[in-house]
Design a protein around this ligand. Structure first.
Ligand code: ATP
Ligand code: MN
Length: 538
């Protein structure tokens, strides 16, 4: 039997069926960086960061994500196009094939934790085909101390084989790539894709089942930070709406940028130990903390560099979804450990490409429940044939692709917590102003930051007619004034200079809300149903 050692520990992989002798256990990020360069799998950027290309996939593949349907999951998981069932026997067979494939490769194994709160901590072992994927696991998960490592036990294992291609007919996958969760075997099997986000989001999906079902804890697709008074704020939002950008705030300590749990003991904890930021159009001027985190130890994905290793952050020729991962200690102003108290403020971020939602508005508890279940943002459609129409995108709980349970399960938990704590809930449009995509412009980051600062400090005032105007279509309360923000920006209609066009577009969006909410209507009480838009087009 072969064992693989670091200074403090040796492990055996025979329980996985791996007889491979060529295994590197718990290499340092420096070693993984060097091995990536030596194997010609990456380049070093001028900043010192490692730059890799993730291959065919530069984003997640939600259609190829499955959950093994068996006695444990059958009655609990909300099966459908998001949570696609996978046969247990097929999983076992595919697992054996992947292990056979990995048995003659050089392998990289890493043990880490998820869940910053010790009480909820879970050991995750990641087995990688590539050194840079293992480096990603170092960056993103919680790094054990030497002492913790000596007692480490893996609760879950992620087997990550980007070079293995499935045969859909034989293996039961949709195509050659797959990410499959098996709750009974406590295992994630990833093949055919090198996109690193699959590794972190598969463990997130596992926690989104385990924590509410067994630990009375609400898992959330949100970022979190804490102010000087210990006041916690959380930011929900779909991809690209600003979770990472807005939680990385020099005046507040970062708890985490993507995944958190809200416990029954009135705490919020980060699941991870690192950040995974979008870098398209990143500038040191607008986002100095994230820019500064891109140094030795960080991994850039799918960016374009010149011969000197200088990154052109505006270049999207590989993908719009260029990324960097870095351990959270690359951000100076952070909370340690990554735990906060009950949030005082909850922000729902949405990038409204229709440009009709107010840049900031206050929600009643019923509106909060409605918007959480709806999970609205907008995508900007391709520019083919000059069509620039935004497409509304609804994703329950601002993270449906990662939620194995029915959305109302999470929504009920959140509503209860909001009621108990009296947290303030804000809807923030980080998207367009002055018109839809193609006509208007993206909200300036400095204004969004000023609005969030004002909400946090209480500068937006109490909920009265003098301080807020109720939006005639969406029913949300938009502040009349906000320090540091031009007043006309606060009312989306006044930024359009065309009332008819504004209302036509607003009605388009309110109708889309209504259409999307139909599937949840039977679960929502009358109050929550009234939390939706107030007016629709007929
Ligand atoms: P993911 O879930 O994919 O990690 P995210 O919610 O963390 O997504 P960010 O990485 O913060 O999203 O991406 C927001 C992007 O939008 C950044 O590139 C940021 O620079 C840009 N942006 C432009 N204007 C704004 C604004 N007003 N508020 C927030 N982000 C903005
Ligand atoms: Mn993010």
């Amino acid at each position: 039997m072969s064992t693989f050692a670091t200074g403090t520990k040796s492990i055996s992989l025979s329980e996985y069926g791996l007889t491979n002798e060529n295994v590197h256990y718990q290499l340092s990020p420096q070693e993984l960086h060097q091995r990536t360069l030596d194997a010609n799998l990456g380049r070093e950027a001028k900043s010192g960061a490692l730059a890799v290309n993730t291959g065919e996939f530069t984003g997640r593949a939600p259609q190829d994500r499955f959950i093994v349907k068996d006695a444990l999951t059958e009655d609990k998981v909300w099966w459908g196009p998001v949570n696609k069932p996978f046969d247990a026997g097929k999983f076992d067979a595919l697992y054996d094939k992947v292990i056979a494939y990995l048995n003659d490769k050089e392998l990289f194994v890493r043990d880490s934790f998820v869940c910053a709160d010790q009480k909820y901590r879970m050991g995750v072992r990641v087995i990688n085909e590539y050194p840079w994927s293992n480096h990603f696991a170092y960056n993103m998960f919680i790094r054990p101390s030497a002492e913790e490592l000596s007692e480490f036990e893996a609760d879950w294992t992620v087997v990550n084989a980007p070079g293995f291609l499935a045969n859909p007919e034989e293996d039961g996958t949709r195509q050659h790539n797959f990410a499959i969760l098996n709750f009974s075997r406590k295992m994630v099997l990833i093949g055919g894709t090198g996109y690193t986000g699959e590794i972190k989001k598969s463990i997130f999906s596992a926690l989104n089942f385990i924590l509410p079902v067994f630990r009375d804890t609400l898992p959330m697709h949100c970022s979190a930070n804490v102010g000087a008074d210990g006041d916690t704020a959380i930011f929900f939002g779909l991809s690209g709406t600003g979770k990472t950008t807005l939680s990385t705030d020099p005046s507040r300590k970062l708890i985490g940028d993507d995944e958190h749990g809200w416990t029954a003991e009135n705490t919020v904890f980060n699941f991870e130990g690192g950040c995974y930021a979008k870098v398209i159009n990143l500038s040191g001027e607008n986002e100095p903390e994230i820019y500064g985190a891109i140094k030795k130890g960080a991994i850039l994905e799918n960016v374009i560099m010149d011969d000197d290793g200088v990154v052109d952050f505006s270049d999207a020729q590989i993908t719009q979804n260029t990324r960097v991962s870095y351990p959270i200690y690359h951000i100076e102003n952070r909370q340690e450990p990554s735990i906060g108290e009950n949030p005082k403020h909850i922000f729902f971020l949405t990038a409204d490409a229709f440009g009709v939602l107010p840049p900031i508005s206050r929600l009643t508890p019923a509106q909060a429940a409605y918007h959480f279940i709806s999970g609205y943002t907008a995508k900007v459609a391709g520019t083919e044939a000059g069509v620039n129409e935004p497409v509304p995108s609804f994703s329950a709980c601002f993270g449906a692709p990662f939620m194995p349970l029915h959305p109302t399960k999470y929504a009920e938990m959140l509503s209860k917590k909001m009621q108990e704590t009296g947290a303030n809930v804000w809807l923030v449009n980080t998207g367009w102003t002055g018109g839809p995509y193609g006509v208007g412009t993206r909200m300036k980051l400095k204004y969004t930051r000023a609005m969030i600062r004002a909400a946090l400090s209480g500068a937006l005032g109490l909920y009265t007619y003098d301080t807020y105007h109720i939006h005639s279509v969406f029913g949300v309360a938009q502040p009349r004034e906000c320090p540091g923000v031009p007043t006309e920006l606060l009312s989306p209609r006044t930024t359009w200079n065309d009332d008819k066009a504004y209302y036509d577009t607003a009605f388009k969006l309110s109708n889309a809300f209504r259409e999307n909410f139909r599937k949840f209507e039977s679960y929502a009480n009358e109050e929550i149903r009234r939390g939706g838009p107030q007016r629709y087009a007929y």
